[in-house]
Design a protein. Sequence first.
Lengths: 298, 288
Amino acid sequence: MDRQVSGVSRYAVDVQGLGVRYSLRLTKKNTLRNSIRNTLATFGRKGDKDRAFWALKDVNFRMVRGESLAVIGPNGAGKSTLLQALAGIITPSEGSIEVQGHVSSLLMLGAGFDQELTGRDNITLVGAFMGIPHREMDERAVRMIEFADIGQFIDAPVKTYSSGMRARLGFAIATNVDPDVLLLDEVLATGDQVFREKSMARVHELARAAKAIVLVTHDMNWVSEFCNRAMLIEEGRIVAEGQPAEVVRLHQAHAEATRARKLAEAAALLGTSVDAAIGVGAGSVPAGLPTSGRSPKR
Amino acid sequence: MDMTQERPPSYRTSSARKGILSLVPEAAREIRGRRRLIRYLSQAELKKKGTDTFFGNVWWVLDPLLQMAVYVLLVTVIFARSQPAYPLFIFAAILPWKWFTTITTDSIASVSGQDKLIKQLQFPKIVLPAATMITGVTEFAFGLIPLGGMLLLMYPDRIHITLLWIPVIAAVQFTFSFGFGLILAGLNVFFRDVGNLARHVLRLWFYLSPALYGEDTVLSLGKSHPTIEHVMMLNPFYAILNSYRNVVYYGTPPDFVGLGIVMGGSLVLLVFATVIFKRLEPAFAKIL
């Protein structure tokens, strides 16, 4: 360790050389049969490189308290994986993550609730999962219920909730556990206008209280409005980092370029596969399907 | 650092793997530190099991009684076998067996069933099968109510002081079930076949255990099929079920030697299971 050996690190979040690898062999919903077949198929082959996928690679960044970082990028770029890694939900395959303080990580708000239990019971359970002491949680529960503002439904099973209500309760829990580091994934898009404004105010409040916030979003207005820093991730790597406005501009330029390329590709694909269909006389292949993607071996 | 602290204020994760030997004390610390969570989870599980039914938690008492009635009918009427006080004879074995099958099937689903939660929160996953075990103990304890009622109302002459051995036998069974359930819970995340297979294995296991019949049947069977006798003797439930029957039905002490061997084996199994589970744990969030 070359830095801050004795004291507490200055950084709220310190990510060094982070890499997260998914083994495609295991990630698929597996049965014993497939697994044995795969093991036999890869047996003797050196490594398993072609079956691994790096969701994140060489990610380095640090955050101090009071910073709110927006993580933007196209779908599947690794944004959610980054949040999961920061929350300690998935362990790095490479590198290290150091977080100072408590993390609140209801990433996809409300999805983890127990459907059969009431909202109140879920609050208690989530508190226990987060390891918040019982007495402290009792006080917080009052604030959470007040913030969620779902009325009588708090004593009804969560399965009876609308998606908006579930998100409200989730947001209320995540932002009222007094986190030092708050991780939010696409949460501000849910709920009605009133609740959105309320949650905005809450995020501002937390940011002012010198908490570190990492926010994953596709809403670029939020990025410039809320965050004092932004990070663009593409294919598991940090492409740009810095002032929100600049990073957003770069992201939009990249998105535009990608869209143009996709359009061109689609046009080309459509042309060739129509030709192929006509040439072979295989009317069963619908035009425009990416037939080239299929493995010829099977 | 305080070892029983529920929530570490800061943490560091890295790609470095922990040594095998540190995994067992770590698991013990996690269970100890998260007692409250385990209790809540178990209470929630009990609550859920009761809410969807008309009779609610009365089913904990009713269920083993009905199961016993089915077997009594099957064995005494259809197979025309007679054994004095057969309902008690069979209940003494069915009650613990039901405990075992329930927690085995529940713990198989305990981790894979909480996939959404595992992807959202960081917590020691061992609390999930541990909560299932605690739920099982509660249900077993409730199952002792109809056993007590049966002894008082139907067979008061069979009430013996040996009944006090039940907690000891239950402790041996608990240790075995915990280790067994832990391995299956971890494996089921990777191979969903475990759940399908377990149903049939448990069914066969039941018939190969002295549940519907007694030790003497096994011994007489051994004369014609020595292999089956050996298989039965290797079965941990041979000693466990016979011991229950000794203390409840015959009023004799449990099979101490058999129980001792099973306890020793179960402790080894539990350590092995903990290492396996802890080793698989980091992959859960990626695979679910």
